[in-house]
Ligand binder design. Structure first.
Ligand SMILES: NC(=O)c1ccc[n+]([C@@H]2O[C@H](COP(=O)([O-])OP(=O)(O)OC[C@H]3O[C@@H](n4cnc5c(N)ncnc54)[C@H](OP(=O)(O)O)[C@@H]3O)[C@@H](O)[C@H]2O)c1
Length: 324
């Protein structure tokens, strides 16, 4: 006869398995055959072998694109480049260094790209970090916010001349479902450490607000933008976490949730980057390769515009750089 504890344990275990199967079968796959020969794409944070950015870059390379791996670690980035070239036969893969925790390197990166590239069809703002606690960048900002949001905002603005002149270009911002739980977010929180989980959730909400405001500003142009949640993917995103957060993250990763591969996790980014006829969804948020209603936290009237105005001052955008 099983004890009550054992029965409860078995029920929880069975529910987890059912949930895991459900998550697996509901994973969205990008079925688009769009060819990217002659097109250029930048993917930030593309170096990690089990990362969403790497698999996104790999897919673009298979489609024939010129792919720029925008990474901070030269060794790991070169290793990723070699693997992509070997696997796809596409030699048009480049490494350009960028450290999203430093505005200076974001500016240097954008300068190099603007000087050397003729076009930019796809910019994927993918680089992200979590669990870095209350650390600040050398620019003095909350590190997670700077890596996940401020630098993506700055980079997009600095590359906008190139993006604008490329017909049908897209800016794709990798957010997270955790933005849903950024419930108490206020403008003043944008550069404040609000707790280990909240600060990450807030940064991911900022990715969505940025997309919404960018879309409004792109109205009437040939460029569009999308934000997305990639799924719960077994990557190293919370590798900096310590203590209880580390325990929770490992539990969720290894026992509980979807445990998608990074290939599965890259599907919605790829979809937003290459799927045909999604322009009418300019500014929308996607999950599992489908548009979803905006999260309640992103629906506060006027918030995206206020956030834009505040962020341009935080990142030190100069009047002549405000092309959007
Ligand atoms: N994994 C998930 O379940 C999940 C869920 C929702 C959203 N996301 C989002 O998906 C995106 C990709 O994350 P991932 O899960 O693939 O994690 P990952 O494997 O850790 O990849 C993150 C990438 O960002 C790069 N990066 C971090 N800090 C950087 C910096 N200062 N400068 C330049 N690059 C930097 C990393 O480079 P290094 O190797 O040099 O650190 C790495 O290439 C992130 O925006 C994340 O927030 C992930």
């Amino acid at each position: 006869m099983l004890s009550t504890t054992a029965i409860i344990f078995l029920i929880i275990f069975a529910l987890l398995i059912v949930f895991k199967i459900y998550m697996k079968v509901t994973t969205g796959w990008c079925r688009s055959h769009t060819c990217l020969v002659g097109k250029t794409a930048i993917v930030t944070g593309a170096n990690t072998g089990i990362g969403i950015g790497y698999d996104t870059a790999l897919d673009f390379a298979k489609r024939g694109a010129r792919v720029i791996l925008a990474c901070r670690d030269e060794g790991r980035a070169e290793e990723a480049r070699s693997r992509i070239v070997e696997e796809t036969g596409n030699k048009n893969i480049l490494v350009q260094l960028i450290d999203m925790s430093s505005f200076e390197t974001v500016r240097e990166f954008a300068k190099r790209i603007n000087e050397t590239e003729e076009r930019l069809d796809i910019l994927v703002n993918n680089a992200g970090a979590g669990g870095t606690g209350d650390k600040r960048s050398k620019d003095g900002h909350v590190l997670v916010m700077q890596i996940n949001y401020f630098s993506a905002f700055l980079l997009t603005n600095l590359l906008f001349g190139l993006i604008k002149k490329t017909k049908g270009s897209r800016v794709v911002n990798v957010s997270s479902i955790l933005a849903k739980y950024a419930r108490y977010f206020e403008l003043a929180d944008v550069d404040k450490f609000s707790g280990l989980c909240y600060v990450y959730n807030y940064s991911k909400l900022c990715n969505i607000l940025f997309t919404i405001e960018l879309a409004k500003r792109l109205d009437g142009t040939e460029t569009t933008t999308y934000s997305l949640h990639p799924g719960v993917v077994k990557t190293e995103i919370f590798r900096h976490a310590k203590g209880t957060l580390k325990f929770i993250v490992n539990f969720v990763k290894n026992v509980f949730l979807k445990l998608s591969t990074s290939e599965e996790g890259a599907q919605t980014t790829i979809y937003c980057s290459v799927a045909k006829d999604i322009e009418r969804y300019n500014g929308a948020h996607f999950e599992d390769c489908q548009e979803v209603p905006p999260y309640i936290t992103a629906r506060v009237p006027g918030l995206s515009k206020k956030m834009w105005d505040l962020t341009k001052d935080i990142v030190g955008l100069k009047p002549e750089e405000m092309l959007i």
